[in-house]
Ligand binder design. Sequence first.
Ligand SMILES: O=C(CO)COP(=O)(O)O
Length: 242
Amino acid sequence: MTAQKKLYLFGNWKMNLGPSQAQEFGAKFRSLVSASSEDRAVWALFPPFLSLAALKEGLGDSPVSLGVQDVSDQPSGAFTGQVSASMAKESGCRYAIVGHSERRQYQGETSALVAAKAAACRAAGIIPVVCVGESLEQREAGQTQTIIDEQIAPVLQALEGSHDWLIAYEPIWAIGTGKAALPSDAQAVCQRLADQSGVPVLYGGSVKPENAGQYFAQPAVSGALVGGASLKPEVFFSLAEI
Ligand SMILES: O=C(CO)COP(=O)(O)O
C-alpha cells in the first residue's frame, strides 16, 4: 500500500451484470474478502437495481455494502421508472450515487435536482455519494474549479451540517476513456472539495490496479469510484492490495 489509510473502494457497475452474473460476482468477491487478512477497504458495490437482490445473496455476510446508482428526489408517488431512497434503504442499501455525469448528460439532471436527491437520501437514512466533474472543454477553458464549485454549492446548502455523505470527483473526460487525470490535478480538486464539505472525497475516472496507487497516495483522495475495473471480482479486489 502506498498510503496507510482506510480506502473507500466503490464499484459502479453502470448498466452491466444482470442478476445471474451479479450472484456469481458476489459469491466470488465474498471468498476473496474472507480469505484476505487485509482490512484496508470500505467496500461498496452499486449494481443495476434489478441485480441488487442477487448480488446481496451472493455476498452473504461479507463486509461489503450495497448501493444504488441513482434515486428519485421524491419520496413516493406517480413517478414511473423511479426508485425512492427509502426503497433502496429497505432493500439493504447503505449508499446511493447521485449526480453521476452520465445522468447529468443523458437524463439532463441539474445540480439543483442532484441536491434534492442528496437531501432525499439523508431523509431516508441513505448515504449519498455526490458526483461532480468537468468536461474536457471546460478543463481546457480553465473552468474546472468554477464548474465544480457550481455543482457542489447546492449540495452543500441542502446537506448543511451533515457529515453522512461522500463526494466523488470524476472528470468527465477521464470516465471510460483510459485517460486518467494527473494525480496532482485529482489532489487539487479533491482537496478543495474536502475543505468545502468536510467529507471524504473519492476520485473516479479510468481507475485500475495499474494506476490506483498514485491516486491513493494523494492526501485528499480517500478512495476511488470505479467503473470498468469493478466488473471482475479479482480485478476490483486487487485495488485493496496495491
Ligand atoms: O464513472 C465512473 C465510475 O462512476 C468511472 O468509470 P471508469 O472507471 O470505467 O472510467
